[in-house]
Design a protein around this ligand. Sequence first.
Ligand code: ZN
Length: 148
Amino acid sequence: MDCLFCRIVEGSVPALKIMENDKFIAFLDINPRTEGHCLIIPKKHVSSFSDMSNEQTGDMFVFVKEVASRLAESLEAKGYNIFINNGKAAGQIISHFHVHIMPRYESEGIVIEAAFPVSEDAKQKLKETQQKLEEQPANKYTKEIISW
Ligand SMILES: [Zn+2]
C-alpha cells in the first residue's frame, strides 16, 4: 500500500518533524491553517481511530498533550485546537490516522461553532442514540461515559 504518512515514517518523503518518540511523530502540516499547525501520526499504519488499541490511544494522547503544550509555549500561542477528521465523510484525506494540533493566536477570527440544532427532533435523536449505545456491550470506559 502506498501511504504518504508511512513514507514520512520511513523517511522516503521529507517532513518538518518537530517531535518524535518510538511510536509517534509530530510534523508540520504542509497546508497550515495557523502558524505551527502540525499533525501527529502513529508510526505503525492504522487507518481509523476505531482501529487503534486502547493502549495506543492512551499513549498517543499523552504524546499529543506533550506536543501541544510545548508548541504553544514556544510559539507563544494563546491556545490551541486539537481535532481529528475520521473517515472520508469527516474530511479525512490521508487514510493513515492522524491528529491535528492548531496553535491559536489572538485576532484570527477562525471560530469552530457548534451547529447541532437543539430542536425537539434533535433531542429525540439524542435519546435514540443513547438507547442504541446502552444496548451495545460496553467496556469499562464507555460505561462510565453513558452513566455520566
Ligand atoms: Zn500509513
